[in-house]
Design a protein around this ligand. Structure first.
Ligand SMILES: Nc1ncnc2c1ncn2[C@@H]1O[C@H](COP(=O)(O)OP(=O)(O)O)[C@@H](O)[C@H]1O
Ligand SMILES: [Mg+2]
Length: 227
């Protein structure tokens, strides 16, 4: 299918907190009419040796984990996943193969798509920039430290705890606690970026890494929220 028939891209929305793996643009999903965040592998990671690079494989990992956590309200919703042929950072045209929520189909196609130089993408609801905790806390301004009201901080902490509890029960450790991965509207927490997260072998309990995940919530997020 033609890319321009599937998505209409507008501006980059990752500019205040660039990630290593991906670029993220606001887009309109022309099938559903919904405004979405379109997260696509950076062009520099597409090179194919014997194996797709780990940045490439991280998309399959993220898709699998988001599908596993689909019923947990604090994990961002996955709306679509697939591959595009365009090589530009902001794709201009070319072809798209969309798997929607057929996450197994997406994973099975990965090797072949990588060999052809196509790039993986996922889409999620577009979350408002002014609800990103990195933005809320003004973390990009030297010498400025904001904090949340204590009751909001407590609610955020409990909701993050719920997400980790559900993830750990399914053998998943989050691992990537950063302010820029957390959205807070004053009431409801949504966490993004599961491509560095890990599903432990067979979901076997590993108390040490679960404890570290909770520790990282405290130092990576809650310290900034409460102090
Ligand atoms: N669903 C979303 N809605 C709005 N902005 C998003 C969304 N997902 C990602 N972003 C923005 O893009 C940035 C990079 O996305 P992220 O998933 O962290 O990519 P990476 O895997 O490269 O670290 C985020 O810090 C955030 O600013
Ligand atoms: Mg990130």
């Amino acid at each position: 299918m033609d890319f321009v028939k599937a998505y209409h891209l507008s501006q980059f929305i990752d500019t205040f907190a660039l990630g290593h793996y991906a670029r993220v643009l606001e887009a309109q999903d022309l099938q559903t009419g919904q405004t979405v965040a379109f997260k696509v592998l950076r062009p520099e990671h597409v090179d194919y040796g014997d194996e797709p690079r780990w940045e490439y494989r991280a998309f399959a990992n993220e898709v699998e984990l988001l599908a596993t956590l689909a019923d947990v309200p604090q994990a961002v919703d996955l709306l679509d996943c697939g591959y595009i042929s365009a090589g530009e950072e902001a794709p201009q045209g070319g072809e798209i193969i969309s798997f929607r929520l057929d996450t197994l189909g997406f994973e099975q196609a990965m090797r072949e798509m990588a060999a052809q130089g196509w790039r993986p993408y996922i889409t999620m609801p577009a979350l408002p920039r002014n609800q990103n905790l990195f933005y809320v806390m003004r973390s990009n301004q030297a010498a400025v430290r904001w904090r949340l009201p204590s009751e909001e901080g407590l609610s955020l902490a409990l909701q993050f705890g719920h997400l980790l509890e559900q993830a750990h029960r399914r053998g998943i450790v989050y691992l990537d606690h950063k302010l820029e991965h957390v959205y807070w509207d004053g009431n409801r927490l949504i966490v993004i970026d599961f491509n560095s997260s890990r599903k432990l072998n067979g979901g076997v309990a590993d108390p040490q890494s679960f404890r570290m995940d909770i520790h990282n919530l405290c130092v990576g997020i809650l310290y900034s929220v409460f102090t």
